[in-house]
Design a protein around this ligand. Structure first.
Ligand SMILES: Cc1cc2nc3c(=O)[nH]c(=O)nc-3n(C[C@H](O)[C@H](O)[C@H](O)COP(=O)(O)O)c2cc1C
Length: 194
């Protein structure tokens, strides 16, 4: 399976991107599935004026972004908590895609704060978003408080004990993602539909 990780902070000197990089590394290191970060700070999408499939002149990178989302099997949304929710950049990017790019896919959520609480409100709000785009949320969330103490700039884990939180999150994520993938394979075999 190929997993795309949406890194949702576009802030200068952002910290939550570290967690996106750490998850990408952890998945690729397992050697079973592949992962790729889609960085919303790099894409720099303007505020959504029209959804992609009706857009007369799609913003740079949007078609490529949509194709990467469409062709991957499952997703992880990583966002800091901003005023009790996830970032507007994440909502903006997701709102562009209305052609079912996320539907029937497992989507895990990870929230990040520099404070100790870890952004549970952002994580819960992301789970609601996942339902809104017909994805399958997993019950477990990865909440990362004290991100600057736990992760280096390139996503290196600075607090070894936190490894078990990442491992548990990924175990639960892949439990559902693999089950959904198996179901889709079975449907393909029977009647060519997913
Ligand atoms: C606009 C804004 C709103 C924030 N709101 C919250 C919040 O509701 N809860 C919280 O714990 N931290 C909040 N913070 C602190 C962030 O957790 C912290 O700045 C974090 O590093 C932001 O992630 P980023 O660096 O990836 O952008 C907020 C920060 C910003 C910039």
């Amino acid at each position: 399976m190929h997993i795309t990780i949406l890194s949702s902070s576009t802030r200068l000197n952002r910290a939550s991107h570290r967690v996106a990089l750490a998850l990408e590394y952890a998945i690729n290191r397992q050697g079973i599935h592949t992962a790729e970060v889609l960085d919303l700070a790099e894409y720099r999408f303007p505020l959504m004026e029209e959804v992609l499939h009706r857009h007369p002149n799609p913003p740079d990178g949007l078609t490529d972004f949509a194709e990467k989302v469409r062709s991957s099997d499952a997703h992880i949304f990583v966002s800091p908590e901003y005023n009790g929710s996830y970032t507007s950049a994440l909502k903006n990017a997701v709102d562009y895609l209305k052609e079912g790019e996320f539907a029937r896919k497992t989507i895990g959520v990870a929230s990040v704060t520099t404070g100790m609480l870890g952004g549970i409100r952002a994580a819960l709000a992301m789970q609601q978003l996942v339902l809104g785009i017909s994805g399958f949320p997993i019950p477990q969330m990865l909440t990362v408080g004290n991100v600057l103490q736990r992760f280096g700039e390139e996503g290196t884990l600075l607090e070894p004990a936190f490894e078990k939180n990442i491992a548990a999150f990924l175990k639960n994520f892949f439990w559902l993602a693999e089950a959904v993938a198996e179901k889709k394979e079975a449907l393909m075999t029977v009647d060519g539909r997913r």
